[in-house]
Design a protein around this ligand. Structure first.
Ligand SMILES: C=C(O[C@@H]1C=C(C(=O)O)C=C[C@H]1O)C(=O)O
Ligand SMILES: NC(=O)CC[C@H](N)C(=O)O
Length: 774
C-alpha cells in the first residue's frame, strides 16, 4: 500500500458521465482521492505547476471535437508535457481522440454513430488489457480515429462494425510515454469486463512507470486544493444560518377508510372554489400508493419566484412581501425556510407530514446548469408562469391506497379542534361515498354552445426539420441524445355555467384522472398557475433521514397502447429494441452521474429497462438508487435530498446527454421557454423527505385575473389586452416531445410526440384540430 493516498486529477469536458468515471477510479485505485476540474478552469501554464502533486491524470469524455479548442480546453496541452512534468494519463473517448490527433492520427466521422450501443471488443491482451478476458463495452461516439500514419501510438483494441464502419480503434497507448486511452466507456453500467479491470491495469502500469522514472510526488497542500478544489464527492451543501431551532411536532389522527376516494375528500374540503389555491398530489395508478392533499387556509404561505429576479414573493391571502434574495440563490433561501420549519413526531407510515408542495420550472434547472442561456434576452410573455411556485402546507391529509389508512395531520400547535372536525368531515364523506357507491363522477365535458375546444398542434414540418437539425448535432458528436419538445395549445370556450363555486379545471382534472390515471397525477391550483398532471415518471424521491435513500425512475421508450399491442409485443418493441435500450441506457448513465455527484460512490441500478404498463402507453423504465452518508449534523442530513434535486435539474430524461451541451442545443432548436413543462412537481416534507415527479403528460393554464398584483413579475401586468380579448376562452398548454437519437425516424418521432399529447387531450372531450393531426 502506498504511504500516502494517491491523488488523481480528473479532467471533465462538461460530460454527463464524469462522476461515474470518478466512482470507477475510486473502486479501481486503492485509497485514492479524485479531484475533478473542468477543462477550461485552469490554463496549461498554471496546471503544470501543480501536476507534481498528482499520481496520474484521467481525461474524461465529452461533447464536441478534440480539434476544437473550446471543446477540449487544457487537455490538448497534456500530451506535450515536458519530461520534468510528465505523469501517467488515462483517456476516455474524447480523451483518446485528443491523444490520437496530437500524435498525428486522422479524425473522422463514423458512418453509423454509436450512442449507448454495446460492442464486443477485440483486444491484444497487452498493457491495460493484460489478463482481461471478454469485453463488451458501451460506446458513445460519433467521431473515430485512424492510427494508420501514427508512429508514436500502438492500437490495443478494436470493435468490428462490419459494413457500418469497419474496424474502429477502441484503445491505444503511446509507445514511449505513459499514456493509455480507450474509445469506449469503461464507466458505463452496461460495460462488462472492460471497466474496473482496465483502470486497475492502468494504475499498475502507472506505478511501474513512476518507479522506473524515479518520479517523486510532492506532498499535498492547501494551495493546490485551492486551485483544483476538494476531493470528490464535494458535499457542497446549500447553507443556512446556524441559529437555534424550535422544532415543531406533528399531530396526527388516523382513520381507516378502505376505498376512500381522494377526489371526494378534495370536494369535501373546497376544491370547487376556483379562486382559492389547492394542492393534490394524487397516486391515481400503480405503482403510486400515497395521495397527499393540502388543507390550505388564508394564512398558508405561498412562495413565488421568477428566474432572474433578485427577490421572492412570499404571500398569504392577507399580506404580500417581497423578500430580497440578498445574493443567495433561491435554493439556499428555501433550505433556510425549511430548516426553521423542521418537524418531528409524525407517523413513519405517512410519507408527508406537511411542508412545501408545488412545482419548479425547467428554466430553474437551466439557471443552475447553463446560466448564460437565461441572462439578458429571456423572452417572458405576460402570461409566463412563475419558475418556483410553492405553498407551505401545515395541515394535510394523506391517503394510503393500499391499507386504507387516512392520516390527518397538522403542524400547528393546539390544532385539535381542526383535527377533530376534519375527522368528522372525512367520516361523513366516506359514508356519502358508500351510500352512492362512488364519488361524484367525472362528467364528460359538455359540448359548449360556443363550440368545441380548439387544439393547435405544433407545426409538423417545423418539428420534423428540428429533428433533422438535432440529428446533425448528434452526427457531429455534440450530443448523444436530445429530448426535443414542442407546445400544443388548447383554447376552451368557457361554459355559461362558470361561477365562483364551480371549477372547470377541477372537472377537467377528474376526466383526465379517469381517462389517463397515472402514478404521478396531480392537481395544483397555485394562482396564477393551474397544472393538471397525469405523469408516469418519478424524477427523484428521498427518504427521511437518517440514512436517506434517493431513488430516480427515468423513462425512455414509449409505445402507444392499441389493440394487439400486448405486453409481449411491447417488450419486443421496447426492451427488445437496441434503439430504445440505448436511449434509456444513456439516461441511466447520466442519472448515475448526477447522483454520484452528491452521494459519492454508493449508487446502484436497481432495475434496468423494464417494460411498465400505463393506461395509454407502455414505457421502458429504469430505477437508480443512491444512499446518502449521513453526517452527525441533523441540519445537513435534512438538506441532502434537496441538494441532490438542486444539482440534478433539469431532469436528464427531458434534456438528453451530455446534459449541459444538450440543453444549449435544445435552446437553439426550440423557440420558447418550456416553463412548467419539463420541470418537476412534488413535495419537500418538514421531516426531511421529498418526492418530485417529472412534469410531463400535463396541461397548464395561466389566470391573470386570479393572481394578486404582488405575484406578477416586474413589467408584467395582471391583465393585458390579449387576455381580455380571449377572456371567453380558457387557454391551456400541453408540452410533449421525445428523445431524438441518431437512429430516430422523424415520422415516428412526430407520432410519438402526438401519442403523448393525446394522452392529455383526451380529457378535453370532442376537440377540433387546427393543424393536420399527422
Ligand atoms: C418528453 C416526454 O417524455 C419523455 C420522453 C420519453 C421518451 O422519449 O420515450 C419518455 C418519458 C419522458 O421522459 C413527454 O412526455 O413529453
Ligand atoms: N463520449 C465522448 O467523449 C464523445 C467524444 C466525441 N464528442 C464523439 O462524439 O465522438
Amino acid at each position: 500500500m502506498a504511504l500516502t493516498s494517491p491523488r488523481i486529477l480528473l479532467i471533465d469536458s462538461y460530460d454527463s458521465f464524469t462522476h461515474n468515471l470518478a466512482a470507477l477510479c475510486k473502486k479501481s485505485i486503492p485509497d485514492c482521492h479524485i479531484h475533478i476540474i473542468k477543462n477550461d478552469s485552469v490554463d496549461d501554464a498554471k496546471l503544470k505547476v501543480y501536476l507534481s502533486h498528482f499520481s496520474a491524470i484521467v481525461v474524461g469524455p465529452g461533447p464536441g471535437s478534440p480539434e476544437n479548442p473550446c471543446d477540449i480546453g487544457v487537455v490538448r496541452h497534456l500530451w506535450r508535457l515536458p519530461e520534468e512534468h510528465l505523469l501517467p494519463i488515462f483517456g476516455v473517448c474524447l480523451g483518446l481522440q485528443s491523444l490520437a490527433i496530437e500524435f498525428g492520427a486522422k479524425l473522422g466521422r463514423l458512418n453509423v454513430v454509436k450512442h449507448g450501443q454495446i460492442s464486443q471488443i477485440q483486444h491484444n491482451g497487452e498493457e491495460i488489457f493484460q489478463g482481461v478476458k471478454e469485453v463488451s463495452a458501451v460506446r458513445y461516439h460519433s467521431l473515430y480515429v485512424s492510427l494508420d500514419n501514427c508512429q508514436d501510438l500502438q492500437p490495443l483494441a478494436w470493435a468490428d462494425d462490419g459494413a457500418e464502419n469497419g474496424p474502429v480503434i477502441m484503445a491505444a497507448r503511446h509507445k514511449t510515454k505513459p499514456f493509455w486511452a480507450v474509445q469506449y466507456h469503461p464507466e458505463s453500467v452496461r460495460t462488462d469486463g472492460g471497466g474496473e479491470e482496465i483502470l486497475r491495469n492502468f494504475w499498475r502500469l502507472a506505478q511501474t512507470w513512476a518507479s522506473s522514472e524515479g518520479r517523486k510526488i510532492c506532498p499535498w497542500n492547501t494551495l493546490v486544493e485551492k486551485v483544483v478544489g476538494p476531493s470528490w464527492p464535494v458535499p457542497r451543501l446549500v447553507t443556512s444560518p446556524r441559529s437555534p431551532l424550535i422544532i415543531s411536532t406533528v399531530t396526527t389522527r388516523l382513520l381507516q377508510i378502505p376505498g376512500c376516494l381522494p377526489t371526494s375528500i378534495c370536494e369535501a374540503i373546497g376544491v370547487m372554489k376556483e379562486n382559492s389555491d389547492f394542492v393534490l398530489l394524487d397516486s391515481a395508478a400503480q405503482p403510486g400508493r400515497f395521495t397527499l392533499i393540502g388543507c390550505l387556509t388564508p394564512r398558508s404561505t405561498r412562495i413565488i419566484h421568477t428566474v432572474g429576479e433578485p427577490h421572492i414573493h412570499v404571500r398569504t391571502q392577507e399580506k404580500c412581501m417581497l423578500e430580497d434574495l440578498a445574493g443567495a440563490d433561491i435554493w439556499a433561501w428555501l433550505a433556510t425556510f425549511m430548516r426553521i420549519r423542521r418537524a418531528v413526531g409524525g407517523t413513519s407510515e405517512s410519507p408527508f407530514w406537511g411542508g412545501l408542495i408545488g412545482y419548479l420550472s425547467y428554466e430553474l434547472g437551466v439557471q443552475s446548469l447553463a446560466p448564460s442561456l437565461l441572462s439578458g434576452d429571456r423572452k417572458m410573455s405576460k402570461s409566463s408562469h412563475p419558475d418556483v411556485n410553492l405553498v407551505f402546507v401545515d395541515r394535510s391529509i394523506v391517503v394510503d391506497s393500499t391499507s386504507g389508512s387516512v392520516y390527518i395531520q397538522s403542524l400547528l400547535p393546539n390544532d385539535d379542534a381542526w383535527l377533530d372536525s376534519m375527522c368528522s368531515t372525512l367520516k361523513q364523506t366516506a359514508m356519502v361515498q358508500m351510500d352512492s357507491g362512488r364519488a361524484s363522477p367525472a362528467k364528460r365535458r359538455k359540448k359548449s354552445t360556443t363550440g368545441s375546444p380548439l387544439v393547435s398542434l405544433p407545426d409538423r414540418e417545423q418539428y420534423i426539420s428540428q429533428i433533422g437539425r438535432a440529428k446533425e448535432h448528434l452526427f457531429a458528436g455534440d450530443s448523444y441524445e436530445l429530448c426535443l419538445t414542442a407546445p400544443t395549445r388548447i383554447s376552451v370556450p368557457k361554459g355559461a355555467d362558470a361561477s365562483r363555486n364551480s371549477s372547470s379545471s377541477w372537472e377537467l382534472y377528474k376526466i383526465l384522472r379517469a381517462r389517463n390515471p397515472a402514478p404521478h397525477s396531480a392537481y395544483l391550483r397555485l394562482h396564477p398557475s393551474t397544472m393538471l398532471s397525469s405523469s408516469p415518471e418519478r424524477f427523484l424521491s428521498y427518504s427521511r433521514p437518517p440514512d436517506t435513500t434517493c431513488q430516480l425512475r427515468p423513462i425512455k421508450g414509449t409505445v402507444r397502447k392499441a389493440p394487439g399491442v400486448t405486453r409481449a409485443v411491447a417488450e419486443q418493441a421496447l426492451a427488445g429494441s437496441a434503439k430504445e435500450v440505448a436511449e434509456n441506457l444513456m439516461i441511466v448513465d447520466l442519472i448515475r452521474h448526477d447522483l454520484h455527484g452528491v452521494v459519492g460512490e454508493d449508487v446502484s441500478v436497481r432495475q434496468f429497462c423494464k417494460v411498465e404498463e400505463y393506461k395509454t402507453v407502455w414505457q421502458l423504465v429504469s430505477v437508480i438508487e443512491g444512499k446518502l452518508r449521513d453526517g452527525s449534523d441533523a441540519d445537513q442530513s435534512s438538506n441532502l435530498g434537496w441538494e441532490v434535486l438542486r444539482r440534478s435539474l433539469p431532469p436528464g430524461s427531458m434534456t438528453g446527454a451530455p446534459k449541459k451541451r444538450s440543453v444549449e442545443i435544445l435552446h437553439t432548436l426550440e423557440d420558447q421557454d418550456r416553463g412548467i413543462y419539463s420541470g418537476v412537481f412534488g413535495y419537500w416534507c418538514v421531516g426531511g423527505s421529498g418526492d418530485w415527479s417529472v412534469t410531463i403528460r400535463s396541461c397548464f393554464k395561466y389566470d391573470p385575473q386570479e393572481g394578486s398584483e404582488c405575484c406578477h413579475a416586474a413589467g408584467r401586468s395582471p391583465l393585458d389586452d390579449s387576455t381580455r380579448e380571449s377572456s371567453h376562452f380558457e387557454e391551456w398548454c400541453i408540452g410533449a416531445g421525445g428523445a431524438i437519437t441518431a437512429l430516430s425516424d422523424p415520422e415516428a418521432e412526430w407520432d410519438e410526440m402526438i401519442v403523448k399529447v393525446d394522452s392529455v387531450v383526451r380529457a378535453f372531450g370532442d376537440v377540433e384540430f387546427l393543424e393536420n393531426y399527422g
